[in-house]
Design a protein around this ligand. Structure first.
Ligand SMILES: Cc1cc2nc3c(=O)[nH]c(=O)nc-3n(C[C@H](O)[C@H](O)[C@H](O)COP(=O)(O)OP(=O)(O)OC[C@H]3O[C@@H](n4cnc5c(N)ncnc54)[C@H](O)[C@@H]3O)c2cc1C
Length: 292
């Protein structure tokens, strides 16, 4: 039986990925799968391994640039309800890999649980946040992660304890294929005070980032002890444009895509920024966003 027929209830062929990403650019996935249950996910992952089909996870698409040529193999998105659950028990919040990070944060705040509010305004899913240890205002998601359930490329579910996980700047040791669920250890606090703190973080974030444009947040990682935005600005690159992609003049580590931009415009601009910063300041910039 064909791949498509076997998983027809939750798999589509030749699915455009632009609407699934914040950049809104790029080509199609050979297959896009949106399993509803862990069993469906496991069956699909095992079959991909048997057929040697490339497979990738897509969260909210806020840290990905899809190439214009599209993506071979299967892209899996955890959109089903089973993957979006958020459960609170005492001072712990457990969330599915497909749950929106914003929903996890607002649930914790409503329940008077502190520890995630510094992450307000980071788009995407819990799975995507944990994969890249998303962070903001001095905090990151890894700091509060007590355990995680992951699925390997063989379709096996494995639990990772706090001791087994390592988190660093935009890096986590959770490199199995799927982050299925995670639990966060939080602290009791007054919901009103928490809401105020969250609003403060939100205002600071909104003021510094061009959030209303098509972008994928910070394009480059901050090199140790330095700010990528500052380096790009010092290299005189604010406002530099290729096609319809431009280095934001509000935050130099953002590339914004205007109407008519192609993924290739963004990719060429990334390369230009890297080579100019290297040439003028002798620093190598590594991308924070993933190019598929
Ligand atoms: C306006 C804007 C502001 C931003 N601000 C910040 C910020 O302040 N701090 C910050 O750290 N980032 C920021 N980002 C970047 C981005 O939001 C984060 O990296 C976010 O955590 C990515 O989550 P996502 O669900 O969108 O992941 P995606 O972009 O969909 O995927 C990113 C990576 O995670 C993997 N992944 C996704 N889901 C899973 C899963 N369930 N299991 C395993 N792997 C998975 C993907 O395969 C991919 O490798 C910003 C982006 C935008 C557009």
């Amino acid at each position: 039986m064909s791949f498509l027929t076997d998983f027809k209830t939750f798999l589509r062929a030749d699915e455009p990925l632009a609407p699934h990403t914040w950049f809104g650019l790029g080509g199609s996935a050979e297959y896009l799968a949106e399993p509803e249950t862990v069993d469906q996910l496991a069956a699909l992952v095992r079959r991909c391994k048997e057929d040697q089909m490339p497979v990738r996870m897509l969260g909210g698409g806020s840290n990905i640039l899809v190439r214009d040529e599209g993506v071979p193999g299967v892209v899996i998105k955890l959109s089903g309800d089973e993957f979006s659950k958020i459960v609170v028990s005492e001072s712990q919040v457990t969330a599915g890999g497909g749950a929106k990070l914003g929903h996890v944060i607002s649930t914790a705040i409503r329940e008077g649980l502190a520890g995630l509010e510094t992450l307000v305004g980071i788009p995407g899913t819990m799975g995507g946040a944990l994969h890249g240890n998303a962070g903001s205002h001095g905090g990151d998601v890894g700091q509060r992660t007590a355990k995680a359930t992951v699925m390997t490329r063989s379709g096996e579910l494995v639990e990772r304890t706090r001791e087994e996980m390592v988190f660093a700047y935009r890096q986590s040791s959770l490199d199995e294929l799927v982050i299925v669920e995670a639990q966060f250890d939080l602290e009791s606090d007054d919901p009103v005070a928490l809401t105020k703190r969250m609003q403060k973080h939100w205002i600071v974030k909104k003021a510094s980032q061009p959030m209303s444009h098509q972008s994928a947040g910070c394009v480059f990682k901050n090199p140790r002890g330095m700010s990528a935005a500052m380096l790009i600005e010092q290299a005189g690159l604010k406002g530099t444009q290729i096609g319809q992609a431009m280095v934001s003049d509000r935050h130099a580590n953002f590339i914004i895509a205007d109407e008519g931009a192609s993924s290739d415009d963004v990719r060429r601009l990334i390369e230009l920024v890297q080579s100019r910063v290297q040439e003028r300041l002798g620093v190598e910039l590594e991308t924070e966003i993933e190019i598929w």
